[in-house]
Design a protein around this ligand. Structure first.
Ligand code: SRM
Ligand code: SF4
Length: 575
């Protein structure tokens, strides 16, 4: 039996309701119907199954061990200690006893079963949080440079992440009716949605706001990226706008590729919402609604032409973009350890292994952070690199936080992991991800442990090399921006990608295809030897590989150049 298309499902869904209420009440199966599985994504949840036991259950003629992943909407990734404690309770009551920080600055829960899905959503809502638009063909969680408490500018920019998120929420009340038992209003199922209409977007849409010199959100990996530009007084002058970033690709399908955003000009703060709406609606009206693999904004832009899309955006926004202004990113990682904010409060960035917060032997991270939440009076900030900032700590409280960090092996000064492990990222992959072709999160610690001795052999123990692993080419850990990246091809086999910069401005290139761990290590060791012997002062591994001619630029737009400042030149540089 052939399934209806996602476009049909959206149109017939009566504002994303479908038969979700009936499906949730059906106790015969732990699964939702095909249609409702597509719709539940818009409410922030994915139906999955535990792939570790999939074959065994099939042999036993049982249905798969269905479970749900739930993703929170948290623009800029800010949580209060009270919210932390409530989310910890959700994790330990309904989910798999872990909180998972994602590469888009929010939390996911894994392992929630269908009959507890509603209670879990209600518990999340009781923490004054929601999951609306965390997944689905809508604007997703908006990223904002960490840390909003660090300076006035960071706070202003964080505010934009919030405003963009709220501006592009769907108007349907379906979420409130289905999960929170809200009474149906007269227009239930027929609410007008001026941005999304009945068909929503052809595909997911992602936005990020970055504050140079730190590109910790990988702003150019987003459909719409905003780069904050500072005025003479250190305030926010406006943003450079970049469009068409995206990571996803499919092995062996040349029509799909990662792409970095093209810088198309500058807008003042009062123009931000209009230009964002122009980008979203151009994609809504011109994106591919037939081939989902080819439906992201990046393909719309490349198919129509960047200039055509920019002209359409300007027409819809009602103004012309100003020339892009100069900016410079120096890094796309997090800055670990304590840093003092403008107001004298302190912020501690901790590295979390693949963002997973759980109690493991020798690493009681879930307990440790619960204890910190019990005494902390500031905020928790998630980073888009799957790390955590304990933010807004008065100087006098630092000692207490440090003691808890160290007592729970949470990356205190004494237990710092290697530079490699600190900055490495891996996507979730197996066992819950239906699309995983190889391990990622579970494999990262083994791989870094095997790579580290090679680095040490060449005096590179502390070299800040950016490693990213994804279980498939969809690129959820933004692997195409890793100086070294493994992209899953099959169990135990990866494509080895090399040569991104560490500023999020140049994609890497396929170096070796479909190879095993032993082959990966054998390929990397001679490159480490050359890097150790030939690198220039401060030269990153990816930059070195380019200078040495080990990798070449791939044939698609891979570089975001900063200069010169005119829009025309910026367009040329990015094309
Ligand atoms: Fe992703 C699909 C996990 C960030 C590109 N992603 C998935 C699904 C939902 C698998 C599925 O469709 O069945 C994964 C669920 C696994 C699980 O159990 O959690 C999944 N993506 C994740 C997370 C949790 C990875 C992580 O380790 O943190 C990230 C959640 C972000 C969030 O909080 O919203 C996550 N995904 C990303 C990113 C990175 C980013 O946005 O900065 C990308 C690349 C950027 C981009 O969108 O181009 C990304 N995910 C994809 C794609 C490819 C989309 C495409 O354009 O082709 C898919 C597949 C799809 O949509 O069909 C996908
Ligand atoms: Fe799953 Fe692939 Fe995303 Fe990893 S990159 S979480 S394997 S979809």
């Amino acid at each position: 039996m052939s399934h209806p298309s996602v476009e049909d499902i959206k149109i017939k869904s009566r504002g994303l309701r479908g038969t979700l209420l009936e499906g949730l009440a059906d106790e015969v199966t732990g699964s939702l119907s095909f249609e409702d599985q597509r719709l539940v994504k818009f409410h922030g949840s994915y139906q999955q199954d535990d792939r570790d036991i999939r074959d065994e259950r099939r042999r036993q003629k049982l249905e798969p061990a269905h479970q749900f992943m739930i993703r929170i909407r948290a623009p800029g990734g800010v949580f209060t200690p009270e919210q932390w404690l409530k989310l910890d309770a959700v994790a330990t009551t309904w989910a798999n006893h872990s909180l998972r920080v994602t590469t888009r600055q929010t939390f996911q829960f894994h392992g929630v079963i269908k009959r507890e899905l509603k209670a879990t959503m209600q518990a999340i809502n009781a923490a004054a949080l929601d999951t609306v638009s965390a997944c689905g063909d809508v604007n997703r969680n908006v990223l904002g440079t960490s840390n909003p408490l660090q300076s006035r500018l960071h706070a202003q920019v964080h505010d934009w992440a919030q405003r963009l998120s709220e501006r592009f929420l769907p108007t349907t009340r379906a979420y409130y009716e289905i999960w929170l038992d809200e009474e149906k209003l007269a227009d239930s199922g027929a609410e007008e949605d001026p941005v999304y209409g009945q068909v929503y977007l052809p595909r997911k849409f992602k936005m990020a706001v970055a504050v140079p010199p730190t590109n910790d959100v990988d702003v150019f990996a987003n459909d719409l990226g905003l780069v904050a530009i500072v005025d003479a007084d250190g305030g926010l002058a406006g943003f450079n706008v970049a469009i068409g970033g995206g990571m996803g690709a499919s092995h062996g399908d040349a029509k799909t590729y990662p792409r970095l955003g093209s810088v198309i000009g500058f807008v003042t703060p009062d123009q931000v919402l209009a230009i964002a709406e122009a980008a979203v609606t151009v994609q809504r009206d011109h994106g591919d609604r037939v081939e989902r693999k080819h439906a992201r904004f990046k393909y719309t832009i490349d198919d129509l032409g960047l200039d055509v899309v920019v002209a359409k955006m300007q027409e819809r926004a009602g103004f012309a973009l100003q020339p892009a202004r100069p900016f410079a990113f120096d890094h796309n990682g997090d800055r670990f350890g304590w840093v003092e904010g403008e107001d004298g409060r302190w912020h501690l960035t901790l590295s979390l292994p693949s963002g997973r917060i759980a109690d493991r032997p020798g690493r009681p991270h879930l307990t440790g952070l619960r204890e910190i939440a019990n005494v902390h009076r500031g905020q928790f900030r998630l980073t888009a690199n799957q790390n955590l900032v304990i933010a807004g700590v008065p100087a006098g409280e630092r000692k207490r936080i440090d003691a808890l960090v160290q007592a729970h092996a949470l990356d205190g000064e004494n237990r710092a992991p290697t530079a490699l492990a600190r900055t490495a990222m891996a996507c979730v992959a197996l066992p819950p991800c239906a699309l995983a072709m190889a391990e990622a999160e579970r494999y990262l610690p083994d791989f870094t442990a095997r790579l580290q001795p090679l680095l040490e052999r060449h005096g590179l123990a502390d070299a800040p090399i950016l490693l990213r692993i994804s279980g498939c080419p969809n690129g959820c850990s933004r692997p195409y921006l890793g100086e070294i990246a493994l992209v899953g091809k099959a169990p135990g086999r990866y494509n080895l990608m090399l040569g991104a910069d560490h500023r999020g401005q140049r994609l890497n290139t396929l170096y070796r295809e479909n190879i095993t761990e032993a082959e990966i290590l054998a390929e990397l060791e001679p490159l480490f030897a050359r890097y150790a012997a030939e690198r220039g002062a401060g030269e990153g591994f990816g930059d070195f590989l380019h200078r040495a001619g080990v990798v070449a630029l791939p044939p698609y737009p891979t570089q975001v150049l900063v200069e010169p400042a005119s829009r025309k030149a910026a367009l040329g540089a990015a094309a």
